[in-house]
Write a protein that binds this ligand. Structure first.
Ligand code: NAP
Length: 251
């Protein structure tokens, strides 16, 4: 894949100050995209991600926006379109966990996960489509999770939200396929980030024993797949879900 693969494409990566989002932003920036590094609270981290993309010769701007909040999300999309005039790539990466057994799960913990991980993805996809459908081009990549398929003890809220993202991806992709817009989903397994720190600390060896490739993933393992789904190399692929899990789902 050439360095200029995404030259001049405008890419919005949500939750890109750290973790998988930061790796995706960095990878897209290295391949020529002008990256909007969205963050909710990690302002310094997002500025550092943008600065490192610029230091490597790319273009990147940090932009605040709470993807669980309708007004804030609309303001972010308005700012992106006002500044760049277009949006070619949207990576719905922002996500949270609020784990707990369903029998005792508090409703706010259910709702917060659904609000960001599912409703937030719907909202930003809809805002992006309003522009992409007119432009008749665009690629949207949604970060789901293998827990969408596996379930996951203590993750009924998270698994339900991520399974919802898979349905949303397929239905929305079908609606816009004839208008030049593609929508796909990525299902990471266990990737070493802040999100998985607790489980790695408490049950790292048990989880590791289940992963055929014998290691946790790193954010860059996911970023390569997202780059592919953003590029013209995947021009005939839409409505699909791709697992990146070191073989966990086939074990
Ligand atoms: P992480 O390290 O916990 O980072 C989460 C990111 O989401 C942060 O950049 C955070 O930004 C952002 N975020 C949280 N709430 C937000 C909001 N309301 N608005 C905007 N941004 C918000 O998580 P990660 O491991 O990189 O996960 C990234 C995505 O991959 C998530 O969708 C996650 O569900 C999915 N995933 C991860 C794994 C894994 O093993 N790590 C596996 C499967 C799927 P601030 O710091 O600015 O709040």
């Amino acid at each position: 894949m050439s360095d200029a693969q995404l030259r001049d494409k405008i890419a919005l990566v949500t939750g890109a100050g750290r973790g998988i989002g930061a790796a995706i932003a960095t990878r897209l920036g290295a391949h020529g995209a002008q990256v909007i590094v969205n963050y909710r609270s990690s302002a310094e981290e997002a500025e550092a991600v943008a600065a490192s993309i610029r230091a490597a010769g790319g273009h990147a701007t940090p932009m605040q926006g709470d993807m669980a909040d309708a007004e804030s999300t609309e303001a972010l999309f308005k700012a992106v379109l006002d500044e760049h005039g277009t949006l070619d790539l949207l990576i719905n990466n922002a996500g949270i966990v609020k784990d707990g057994l369903l029998a005792s799960m508090r409703e706010p913990d259910w709702q917060k996960v659904i609000d960001l991980n599912l409703t937030g993805v719907m909202r930003s996809t809809r805002l992006a489509l309003r522009h992409m459908l007119r432009a008749r081009t665009g690629s949207i990549v949604n970060l789901a999770s293998i827990q969408a398929i596996r379930g996951g003890r203590g993750q009924a809220n998270y698994a339900a939200a991520k399974a919802g993202v898979l349905g949303l991806t397929r239905a929305a992709a079908l609606e816009v396929a004839d208008r030049g817009v593609r929508i796909n989903a990525v299902l990471p397994g266990f990737i070493s980030t802040d999100m998985t720190q607790v489980i790695q600390r408490r049950a790292g060896d048990q989880v590791l024993a289940q992963i055929p490739m014998g290691r946790f993933g790193v954010p860059e393992d996911v970023a390569g797949l997202v780059l592919f789904l953003c590029s013209d190399d995947s021009a005939y692929i839409t409505g699909q879900s791709f697992t990146v899990d070191g073989g966990l789902s086939i074990a």
